[in-house]
Design a protein around this ligand. Structure first.
Ligand code: NAD
Length: 432
C-alpha cells in the first residue's frame, strides 16, 4: 500500500520503517530539515535498537523515502498517518497545534480519496477538528475518512512492539476505513494479538487509559515505598507478593525514582485535563502525577540523609535518559535531580551510554564521563537513575575503591542491599 507518514520522530520513523519492511511504499515527511537530511543518508537521528539497520535496508530496496515536502507524499498516498508530537501545554492539556497544521496541509494537497489516520496521542474531539480543517482547506471537494490508530510502542523496544504488538486498535466510523486499515495491519494479527475495531472515541480512550493505568501502578508502588522504608518492609518483596495474584500480575510494580518519558507524564496530565473539561472528577489522575513529581523530588533529600551538606560535593549520576535503551531525555528524572544538586552547591558528573549528546544540550554546565568508572572516580556519591544493563554487573569493588566516599543511591533498586553493604558501600535504594 502507499503510505505517507507525517512526523518522523520516534513513532513516525519506527512505524514508517516497519510498514516499509512489510512491503509497503512509505514516504516519511518531517519539517525538520536536518532530521530528513540525516535520514536520507540512511542514518537515524536518535537511538533505537535495530532501527538504523531497518531504515537503511528499506531505503536501499526503494520502499522507504524521506522528504520535507508534504504535498507529494500526501498526493501519492492512500493512507496518511499523522505522527507528529503532542506535548503538554502550560495547563497540562495536549497541545495539538502540530496535528492541526498537518490537517491543513493535507486539505490543501489532497487530490482524491484518502484515509487519514491519527497515530499521535490526541485528546477526544481532535478528530473532528482535523476533519473540519481538511474540509476548509481543500481546493476542491474530495472524500476522506478519519481514523484513530493509537500507538503503544515503547522506546527501546519499538520495533518488537510494532511487529509483535499486544493488540492493534483501530478506531473508525466507516467500513471502508476499517477494511483498509485492517488489511494494512493483517500481517501482524495473531489469535492472541487481535486487531480491535472500535469507534474513534473508544480508540482514543484506550490509549489514554492504558498509559494512565501503567503510570498509576508505578505511582502506587512509589507511594507505598515510603511506608516500606519507615516500617522495615521491602517494596520488592511486596511487589513480588502482589504480582502472584493473577488479578494483579507482576508487571509495572517496580518502585523507583519516578517515571518520565514522552508519554506517561503528558498523557496523565492530558487525561486529567480532559476529565476536568467534561466536568468529571480527576482526583485520581492528579494524584498519579503528584506522586510522581514528589518521587523525583525525593531523591536529593534521600541523598542528604547520607551527605547532609552537598556544598562542594562531587556527585556522579549513572543514567540520564528517562529509561534504558533510549537517548530520550523528555521528563527524565535526571532533569529534576541534577538541577536540585547544583542548587545545593554540588558538582555533577553524568554518564549515560546513549543520551550524553542530548543531555549536553539540556545541561551544558555539568561534566560528562565516557564510562561509569570515570564518573565514579573521586565522587562523594553515585546516584543511579536509569537501569542500563551496563550497571548491573559492573565491578563495584573497583568503583568503590576509586570513590572519595562509598555512597551509592540506587534509584532503580537494581542491586542487592546486603551485597552492597558487604562491599562497604553506604547503600540506599527505594522502599527497602
Ligand atoms: N515516543 C513514544 O514512545 C510514543 C509512544 C506512543 C505514542 N506516542 C505519541 O506519538 C506522537 C509522536 O511522538 P514522538 O515521540 O514520535 O514525537 P517526536 O517529537 O519524536 O516526533 C515528532 C516529529 O514531528 C515533526 N513535525 C512537527 N510538525 C510537523 C509537520 N507539520 N509536518 C511534518 N512533521 C512535523 C517534528 O519535527 C518531529 O520530528 C505523540 O503524540 C506521542 O504522544 C509516542
Amino acid at each position: 500500500m502507499k503510505i505517507a507518514m507525517i512526523g518522523t520522530g520516534y513513532v513516525g520513523l519506527t512505524t514508517g520503517a516497519c510498514f516499509a519492511n512489510l512491503g509497503n511504499d512509505v514516504m516519511c515527511v518531517d519539517v525538520d530539515e536536518s532530521k530528513i537530511a540525516t535520514l536520507k543518508e540512511g542514518k537515524v537521528p536518535f537511538f533505537e535498537p535495530g532501527l538504523s539497520e531497518m531504515v537503511s535496508q528499506n531505503i536501499e530496496q526503494g520502499r522507504l523515502t524521506f522528504t520535507t515536502n508534504a504535498a507529494p507524499a500526501i498526493q501519492a498516498a492512500e493512507i496518511i498517518f499523522i505522527a507528529v508530537g503532542t506535548p503538554s501545554d502550560e495547563d497540562g492539556r495536549a497541545d495539538v497545534q502540530y496535528v492541526l497544521n498537518v490537517a491543513e496541509e493535507i486539505g490543501k494537497a489532497m487530490n482524491g480519496f484518502k484515509v487519514i489516520v491519527i497515530k499521535s496521542t490526541v485528546p477526544l474531539g481532535t478528530s473532528r477538528k482535523v476533519e473540519t480543517l481538511i474540509k476548509q482547506h481543500q481546493q476542491q471537494p474530495h472524500e476522506f475518512e478519519i481514523a484513530s490508530n493509537p500507538e503503544f510502542l515503547r522506546e527501546g523496544e519499538a520495533i518488537n512492539d510494532f511487529m509483535i504488538p499486544d493488540r492493534i486498535v483501530i478506531g473508525t466510523e466507516t467500513e471502508r476505513a476499517k477494511n483498509l486499515l485492517t488489511h494494512l495491519y493483517k500481517p501482524l494479527e495473531r489469535p492472541n494479538r487481535p486487531i480491535l475495531s472500535t469507534n474513534i472515541e473508544s480508540a482514543v480512550m484506550i490509549k489514554y487509559a492504558s498509559n494512565a493505568m501503567l503510570s498509576a501502578r508505578i505511582s502506587f508502588m512509589n507511594e507505598l515505598a515510603h511506608l516500606c522504608e519507615k516500617v522495615g518492609a521491602d517494596i520488592k518483596d511486596v511487589a513480588t507478593g502482589m504480582g502472584y495474584d493473577t488479578r494483579i500480575g507482576p508487571r509495572f510494580l517496580q518502585a523507583g525514582a519516578g517515571y518520565g518519558g514522552s508519554c506517561f507524564p503528558k498523557d496523565v496530565r492530558a487525561l486529567a485535563a480532559t476529565l476536568q473539561d467534561y466536568g468529571c472528577n480527576n482526583v485520581l489522575m492528579q494524584a498519579i502525577e503528584n506522586v510522581n513529581i514528589k518521587q523525583k523530588e525525593s531523591i536529593v533529600p534521600k541523598l542528604k540523609e547520607e551527605l547532609p551538606s552537598l556544598q562542594g560535593k562531587r556527585i556522579a549520576i549513572w543514567g540520564l535518559a528517562f529509561k534504558p535503551k533510549t537517548d530520550d531525555m523528555r521528563e527524565a528524572t535526571s532533569l529534576t535531580v541534577i538541577p536540585a544538586l547544583l542548587k545545593e552547591g554540588a558538582s555533577v558528573i553524568g554518564f549515560d551510554p546513549e543520551a550524553e549528546e542530548i543531555a549536553k544540550k539540556l545541561m551544558p554546565t555539568i561534566e560528562y564521563a565516557p564510562n561509569p568508572y570515570e564518573a565514579a572516580m573521586d565522587a562523594d556519591a553515585i546516584v543511579l537513575l536509569t537501569e542500563w544493563d551496563v550497571f548491573r554487573q559492573i565491578d563495584l569493588q573497583r568503583v568503590k575503591n576509586s570513590m572519595k566516599q562509598p555512597i551509592l543511591l540506587d534509584g532503580r533498586n537494581i542491586y542487592d542491599p546486603a551485597e552492597l553493604q558487604k562491599l562497604g558501600f553506604r547503600y540506599q535504594s527505594i522502599g527497602r
